[in-house]
Design a protein around this ligand. Structure first.
Ligand code: HEM
Length: 525
């Protein structure tokens, strides 16, 4: 019996060897081309099968039309209309680009669910963002580490803290009123592209608020001029190594230079606060919290019982600039365009601005003053709803996430919350495609419905700068309405949406500014 078994085993082993040899010899007989094409076929089939498995029952192309790359080429030049079509295709839809599987949630409730699910998701950043912002940066923290760090930053953006930054901001606004008028004078007040000027004023305002007098005008101008290189570097797919003279190289170089400047500012701010100085900018406020925490032991102060290094502060300040620059520039472009196109709205803003100042142009900006600007603030809010700068927020799935009872987003997928659809929801906003500031009056349907207000996201990563934005823009719009007469040249592309990280008027905003007497309304050329 044992002999039979041994023979059988021996026979099987011989068969296996013969089989292996025949596989090997058939592989050896295959030409390299055959091996290559077999490999490609396996990869292509796997690409489609994996897509089908991940897609499940949700909306999306039946197959990957362009194998492997998917709609990669379209993603390089994103179109608002294509995004909209995607959102309209289903509450959950998908695309697959290279190995990245992307699920898009288009309803308010699903978007909120994703933003509020830190157990399953964390913010998704393109690989190059980690290189540009540096891996040590606080924005890449997750879970409790993020919540704790975030608590230490919240104090820099409370109304009480923001009040301290207003004098610096007002000086910058005054300067740019003059600059915009001078710039318009160059073309004899013929409207010209103002896209870059809007980006510059926002960069100057942000840096003024973050670094106060510690940053010089030349440094601000340098960062404002070069910052677009950072935005341009953040393409969805990039070469894994930063090669000299590529977009990512320029982006990183710009970011490093800015962070070096912020590091020096942080030291000056520390020295100033150590000598008993009062905070005038975000850095000062941060150093003051650290300084005061030495003598306190409450829960909030304990967050500052360690020295935040200049490097750490500079990296955080860069994230504030990074988070604010594109979104705020987008808001500025739409705000000026929309208001210039609606003289009745501009008229009401001017009346309110005079009234809150009791016609006294020496009145300085304060939080109290801005809080009285109810109509102006409604215009800012309606602009944010009508043209929300951030259309979508990408997250990455950490653990398989049952987004609906019938669909589980797979680990590793990108899960996108859309903000635009809930801000144009006709159930909450009557005539959502109309610009109606009055919809925000106290007690109105729009104002009472907080769930649809997703302009700044929600959940643990909700925008740190949201109060700052509402305050700064009410102040900015008010001052420009009083001191300048602005004109917008409407072109066929003015109302069309260009997507460049955030959204902008497709014609890049043709405007002109003239000096105006705030009391008499007289315009001077
Ligand atoms: C119109 C202007 C702005 C818009 C529309 C906007 C919108 C957003 C959105 C949608 C998010 C993601 C929220 C989420 O994931 O739930 C975000 C995050 C963030 N924003 Fe803003 N933002 C604006 C301006 C600013 C400014 C001026 C700052 C300056 C401090 C800022 C700082 C941040 C930071 C630090 C985060 C990340 C927060 C975290 O991960 O904890 N943003 N913003």
């Amino acid at each position: 019996m044992a002999e039979v078994i041994v023979n059988r085993v021996a026979q099987n082993a011989t068969d296996a060897i013969i089989q292996n040899q025949s596989v090997l010899s058939s592989i050896q007989e295959m030409s390299y081309w055959k091996i290559f094409f077999t490999f490609i076929s396996v990869v292509l089939v796997w690409d489609q099968v994996s897509y089908q498995i991940k897609k499940g029952s949700i909306a999306g192309p039946r197959f990957k039309f362009y194998p492997i790359i998917g709609p990669f080429l379209e993603s390089l030049d994103p179109k608002f209309e294509e995004y909209k079509a995607k959102w309209d295709s289903g509450e959950l839809s998908c695309v697959s680009i290279f190995h990245k599987f992307v699920v898009i949630a288009s309803t308010r409730d699903l978007s909120r669910k994703i933003l509020q699910a830190p157990k399953y998701v964390k913010p998704c950043v393109v690989d190059v963002a980690i290189k540009i912002l540096r891996p040590s940066n606080w924005v890449f923290l997750d879970g409790k580490a993020h919540t704790d760090y975030r608590r230490s930053l919240n104090g820099l953006f409370t109304k009480a803290a923001l009040a301290k930054y207003l004098p610096s901001q007002e000086k910058i606004m005054d300067k740019y009123i003059e600059k915009f008028v001078e710039f318009s004078k160059e073309t004899d007040y013929e409207p010209r592209v103002f896209f870059h000027e809007m980006r510059e004023i926002l960069c100057a305002l942000s840096l003024g608020s973050f670094c106060g007098d510690w940053i010089t005008e030349d440094q601000v101008r340098g960062i404002a001029d070069d910052y677009y290189l950072v935005t341009a570097a953040l393409e969805l797919v990039n070469f894994p190594i930063i090669l000299p003279f590529t977009k990512t190289w320029y982006g990183k170089r710009t970011a490093d230079a800015a962070m070096k400047i912020f590091e020096n500012c942080a030291q000056m701010s520390k020295d100033y606060i150590a000598k008993g100085g009062e905070p005038k900018c975000v850095m000062d406020a941060w150093c003051k919290l650290m300084h005061d925490a030495k003598y306190k032991n409450d829960e909030d102060s304990r967050l500052f019982h360690r020295e935040f290094s200049n490097k750490e502060i500079s990296e955080a300040i860069f994230t504030f600039l990074f988070a604010s620059q594109d979104a705020s520039s987008s808001l500025a472009c739409w705000l000026f365009q929309i208001v210039a196109d609606r003289p009745d709205v501009l008229q009401k803003i001017r009346e309110e601005q005079l009234a809150v100042r009791n016609n006294d142009m020496n009145t300085e900006l304060t939080i109290d003053l801005i809080e009285k600007m109810e109509y102006t603030s409604m215009v800012v809010k309606e602009t944010l709803r009508y043209r929300p700068p951030v259309l979508m927020v990408p997250y990455v799935v950490k653990n398989n996430f049952p987004v609906t009872p019938s669909y589980t987003a797979p680990k590793g997928a990108m899960l996108i919350s859309t903000l635009y659809p809930s801000l144009h929801d006709p159930e909450v906003y009557d005539d959502p495609e109309e610009f109606i500031p009055e919809r925000w009056v106290e007690g109105s349907k729009a104002n009472d419905n907080k769930k649809n207000w997703l302009v700044f996201g929600c959940g643990p990563h909700v925008c740190l700068g949201q109060t700052y934005v509402l305050i700064t823009f009410a102040a900015l719009l008010g001052k420009f309405a009083l001191h300048t007469e602005f004109e917008h040249k409407v072109t066929p592309l003015s109302e069309k949406i260009k997507v460049f990280a955030t959204i902008f008027p497709k014609d890049d905003l043709f405007m002109s500014f003239k000096k105006r007497d705030p009391i008499t309304g007289e315009v001077t050329e």
